[in-house]
Design a binder for this molecule. Structure first.
Ligand SMILES: Nc1ncnc2c1ncn2[C@@H]1O[C@H](COP(=O)(O)OP(=O)(O)OP(=O)(O)O)[C@@H](O)[C@H]1O
Length: 253
């Protein structure tokens, strides 16, 4: 399923945060968004999944005009893992992940064995089977993050939007979770801070600065010392990591 965003503009108060952004995520591609703190990545993603409706532009996911479609219909196709996952009431991990089935249910329809199996599978994929009876609120930041990803996997979306999906995760889980998302073989649009991760996992990248797309292309095309210096106001050298064969980065203020 592909995502086409055209001429997206979002204001918060009087401030224009997202400025005329167009982007494309082709079928089954993993596309990253990089850029400094405050450049508008989260606001743009929220506008795409309509948690913060843009004041201009179009968002088309497969054959759905997202800005004109009900949230339930969108949620049958689109899963979101946001940056902050705090809740004010408690559920067990299994109950949280079962919530992922909601978009596929009619009002008051109860969960059946198929739902339970899907949830079990999502818990297995995120290494959370041993946590299924634990209280969500008692989990660490990384465990909460994995639970939200499990919920999104249980939703069986055909496209995922991830806002810094690994920001609470240790190195092993960063790799595991991104591999797990990659294996789903669906279109993904992800805001990422870690440039090594972006180089390793993304088929294509958009670099944002001051609410606009500064440049886009393959990781090799986008993550050049010049672009990185311009985006983050630092000195940077790139090299080919001899172990992963991927781009590596060395930074200096
Ligand atoms: N409610 C609001 N009113 C005014 N400005 C806001 C509001 N919420 C966010 N902003 C501003 O919008 C800009 C973009 O924020 P956003 O969270 O989209 O950036 P980001 O690129 O995702 O940053 P980060 O990498 O730190 O998560 C920031 O300057 C932020 O201060």
């Amino acid at each position: 399923m592909q995502l086409i965003v055209e001429s997206l503009e979002t204001k918060l108060g009087k401030k224009e945060i997202v400025k005329n952004i167009s982007l494309l995520v082709e079928n089954q591609k993993f596309v990253g968004v990089v850029g400094p703190n405050g450049c508008g990545k989260s606001t743009m993603l929220k506008s795409i999944y309509k948690s913060l409706p843009p004041h201009k532009g179009t968002v088309v996911l497969g054959d759905i005009d997202v800005l004109k479609t009900s949230q339930k219909k969108i949620s049958q196709k689109l899963g979101v893992v946001g940056q902050f996952n705090e809740m004010h009431f408690d559920l067990t991990v299994e109950q949280m992940v079962l919530l992922g089935r909601t978009p596929h249910k009619k009002l008051l329809e109860v969960d059946n064995q198929v739902d339970i199996d899907i949830v079990e599978n999502a818990l297995r994929q995120t290494n959370l089977l041993d946590y299924k009876d634990r209280s969500y609120l008692s989990l660490s930041g990384g465990e909460k993050q994995r639970t939200i990803l499990a919920r999104t996997i249980a939703q069986q979306p055909q496209f995922m939007i991830l806002d810094e999906p690994t920001n609470h995760l240790d190195i092993r889980y960063q790799l595991e979770i991104l591999q797990c998302v990659k294996k789903l073989n669906i279109g993904v649009l992800a805001a990422l801070h870690d440039l090594d991760t972006a180089a390793q996992y993304c088929d294509y990248l958009y670099a944002m600065k001051d609410g606009r797309i500064y440049t886009s292309g393959t990781p090799e095309e986008v993550l050049t010392p010049e672009t990185i210096s311009e985006l983050y106001q630092i000195k940077c050298e790139t090299y080919k990591n001899p172990i992963t064969n991927q781009l590596g980065f060395v930074y200096q203020i």
